[in-house]
Write a new protein. Structure first.
Length: 335
């Protein structure tokens, strides 16, 4: 029996089904276009929307990589949570662009914090969107090279009854098996990740970990999200979007050495999707949040976790206005 089938049977057998937190925030599937043109049709069998209405205030947070303290600081800087980690953002929309996993020891707490905040935000009329980055998808691919010792220990109890009986786990060290059970397609935490988008659009702003290239836009962000979700659930093989230098979670076209050619590519992708600008993570900018292509793409991975020691910055969006918030003192950039 294939590894994914084993994981699926196990996960379903013990009833580890979780409520999709995006569906809790938006129970009716709808599409809101940021530009002109026909609106995409829903993807059959996929209940989660990829596009959401514009909000008066949106805050985007970059990669957090297993650093719970930095995550909390970023959320407080955004005005999303109080000192007890409760949602106080009201109608605020927060988008975290992926890479909650790897390089840190507190990933499990971050995943559960984000899950809870999504429900609390929805109840208050706001929204919290945690996207999948390349490191979430790497864990589902069982590429564990960036997992810390503490990261393995954090998931050591997951599926412990299977550790001695599931032959698929014998290839892994005993300390790694909980993590494998947790994140292999169909596993408890892979299913949690399947309740998220990889690409999301809020009003006219397109959020993704690496970048949406013209080929991705032509395929459709709804289809890409649906195909990745089906794989994470253990219901399909991995689609091409989960790996490779040109995938939505891996490309650095819009965040490293961005020149005229990249900006032309951006223009084509934005027009196809119907977006006005793109917000990406993935490539660390220790100098702080940076914009390219006349403010049409924003790179917000500032390395705010312990692994990089970058500045504490998040990007605030109010309509056409963008402001970088840093340690409580905003500094305006872009338009």
């Amino acid at each position: 029996m294939r590894l994914t089938r084993l994981a699926t049977v196990w996960a379903r057998g013990i009833g580890q089904m979780r409520r999709p937190f995006l569906a809790a925030a938006f129970p009716m599937l709808f599409v809101v276009s940021g530009g002109a043109g026909a609106q995409p049709a829903p993807v059959p069998g996929d209940a989660l929307p990829s596009r959401f209405p514009a909000a008066p205030r949106v805050v985007a947070i970059g990669d957090v990589h297993g650093d719970l303290d930095a995550t909390r600081r970023a959320l407080r800087l955004a005005g999303a949570i109080d000192a007890q980690d409760r949602w106080v953002g009201g109608r605020l929309v927060v988008v975290q662009v992926g890479d909650q996993l790897d390089r840190g020891d507190e990933e499990r707490a971050i995943l559960h914090l984000f899950d809870r905040l999504a429900h609390e935000a929805a109840a208050a009329g706001g929204a919290f969107h945690a996207l999948n980055g390349n490191h979430e998808l790497m864990n589902a691919l069982l590429d564990l090279r960036y997992v810390t010792e503490g990261g393995f220990g954090d998931f050591g109890d997951v599926g412990s009854a299977l550790h001695a009986s599931d032959s698929a786990l014998f290839a892994y060290h005993a300390a790694q098996r909980g993590r494998v059970v947790a994140f292999r397609p169909g596993g408890e935490y892979a299913r949690l990740l399947s309740e998220r988008n990889t690409i999301a659009m809020v009003g006219g702003d397109l959020f993704v970990h690496g970048g949406v290239l013209p080929d991705h836009a032509a395929h459709g962000i709804e289809r890409i999200n649906a195909e990745i979700r089906a794989w994470l659930r253990g219901d399909a093989p991995p689609p091409p979007w989960v790996r490779g230098a040109d995938s939505p979670t891996w490309t650095r076209v819009y965040s490293t050495e961005v020149g005229a050619e990249a900006c032309a590519t951006l223009t084509q992708a934005l027009a196809t999707v119907g977006a006005r600008r793109m917000i990406v993570g993935h490539s660390v900018h220790r100098q702080g949040v940076t914009s390219y292509c006349d403010g049409r793409v924003w790179a917000i991975d500032v390395g705010l976790g312990k692994a990089y020691g970058g500045p504490m910055e998040v990007l605030e969006i109010r309509g056409d206005s963008t402001t970088v918030l840093r340690d409580g003192a905003p500094r305006a950039r872009g338009r």
